[in-house]
Design a protein around this ligand. Structure first.
Ligand SMILES: CC(C)(COP(=O)(O)OP(=O)(O)OC[C@H]1O[C@@H](n2cnc3c(N)ncnc32)[C@H](O)[C@@H]1OP(=O)(O)O)[C@@H](O)C(=O)NCCC(=O)NCCS
Length: 183
């Protein structure tokens, strides 16, 4: 897909990695400045592609986690934990993964250490509520410099994309890979 955007054979693309492992294109096309990020889980791959702006994506199966309270204490702010505790019990798992994927997508967009970047932001996480970045470094103004998207790429999965900037339009394409033919 990156090759198609860059009009290059995929085998010609070369990648470099940030200090925390963030992959980027070595030649992102002078005019395009193509950025990308990806996440995979099970048979699904989520690829985020943007022009001239940072993008991060995350994809998780919605599941019960025995150590969820410990993760909540580590990853969510006091405000986010209050939002979670106010929700009916049957919405909390979905809300947890909304919050987790939004925070991880932001962390992956910045290329910073995951825990540090997740701790810099507060996000809306209630099911059905817009995927808003509420604060960045405690500032609502700084948070307005990013756009978050909620994604439901397949039944039982939740995803998020974090994109630098406002007035961002997201277009979603689903590509199904045919099962490999028996030889
Ligand atoms: C980034 C990271 C959190 C993603 O983990 P994950 O949820 O298991 O995996 P995902 O499927 O969502 O994403 C994996 C993809 O993200 C990309 N990626 C890896 N590191 C990344 C980073 N620091 N920033 C952005 N993207 C990254 C890669 O393309 C990777 O896929 P690949 O291994 O097939 O190339 C994980 O790779 C990681 O822990 N990296 C170490 C850096 C870090 O911050 N650790 C936390 C301790 S402070």
């Amino acid at each position: 897909m990156l090759g198609a955007y860059l009009n290059q054979p995929p085998a010609k693309l070369r990648f470099a990695y940030g200090s925390m492992g963030q992959p980027r294109l070595l030649d992102s096309g002078a005019d395009l400045d193509l950025r990308f990020n990806l996440s995979h889980s099970g048979d699904l791959l989520l690829l985020g592609v943007a022009r001239g702006r940072a993008v991060g994506v995350d994809l998780e199966p919605v599941r019960s986690l025995s150590h969820r309270p410990a993760i909540e204490r580590r990853v969510f702010s006091a405000g986010e934990r209050r939002m979670l505790s106010r929700l009916p019990a049957d919405q909390r798992t979905a809300a947890f993964f909304n919050g987790w994927t939004r925070k991880e997508a932001f962390a992956k967009a910045t290329g910073e250490g995951m825990w540090a970047a997740m701790g810099r932001i507060e996000v809306a996480l209630a099911p059905g509520e817009d995927a808003t970045l509420l604060t960045l470094d405690k500032s609502p103004e700084a948070a307005a410099g990013w756009t978050l998207f909620h994604l439901e790429p397949a039944a039982g999965f939740v995803g998020a994309a974090a994109v630098e900037g406002r007035a961002v339009t997201l277009s979603v394409r689903e590509i199904e890979q045919a099962p490999e033919r028996a030889r």
